[in-house]
Ligand binder design. Structure first.
Ligand code: HEM
Length: 201
């Protein structure tokens, strides 16, 4: 029982730490992309983005590991969580501001769009030119990969919650799985749309 609770706490604390690193890396990426910047800054931004993609995989793995939390022990200590919830994570909120969603471009996309403009291309042109747009193209691809990494993580969390609590509400007082399913967002819709157009041209 004590061991199961420790497992739960360690997983959550590890996630929070990785989210902190992810937020810091993405802040650094956005800062490197905002003009004025030379190609060296873009490469630096790309380096941070590529690391962020890897961190999202680590976060997803942490969630998958927690699927091995025995339900009988979880049911015992869950009442002690009271109203504590992952939804209170400041690091997570910071991440959503950086990544944005289907309705709001995040600060990272805005930094990328400013960088393309500074280097004489629109985001549309970067997507159409593909590899010919060089590092701007690689940045666009890294952003989409990161958006998908975020999506994978959110789906893994949703599956975990469904396995662990079924139809029960969350400790943070949400409806649980239904609430979370609506929050599985896909960042960088503009890049997805423009990449889709490339297929049909
Ligand atoms: C047994 C394990 C877990 C359960 C049952 C669970 C359950 C939930 C539920 C029901 C919510 C919705 C808010 C609420 O009513 O509380 C939520 C939100 C959240 N959880 Fe978990 N969670 C678990 C593990 C984790 C882990 C390991 C992380 C690590 C990062 C995490 C991070 C979050 C975050 C960031 C949110 C906010 C999501 C959003 O607003 O879109 N959770 N969780």
């Amino acid at each position: 029982m004590v061991l199961a609770e420790q497992f739960f706490i360690i997983t959550h604390q590890s996630c929070e730490l990785w989210l902190k690193q992810l937020g810091a890396d993405l802040d650094a990426a956005a800062e490197a992309l905002v003009p004025p910047g030379d190609p060296h800054d873009l490469e630096l931004g790309l380096e941070f983005l590529l690391r962020s993609c890897e961190l999202l995989k680590v976060l997803k793995e942490q969630v998958l590991v927690l699927e091995k939390l025995p339900l009988r022990y979880f049911a015992d200590f869950r009442p002690r969580l009271d109203t504590a919830s992952g939804a209170q994570s400041a690091q997570f909120r910071r991440l959503t501001v950086l990544l944005g969603n289907e309705h709001h471009p995040g600060s990272l996309y805005e930094a990328f769009a400013a960088a393309t403009e500074y280097h004489g291309l629109s985001v549309d042109e970067v997507c159409r030119r593909g590899v010919e747009a060089g590092v701007l193209h690689r940045l666009a691809e890294a952003l989409v990969d990161m958006g998908n990494g975020y999506w994978h993580w959110k789906v893994a969390h949703l599956a975990l919650v469904s396995k662990m609590v079924g139809e029960q509400g969350g400790t943070g007082r949400s409806s649980g799985v239904d609430f979370l399913a609506r929050r599985v967002t896909r960042p960088f819709p503009e890049l997805r749309r423009l990449r889709g157009k490339v297929h049909h041209s």
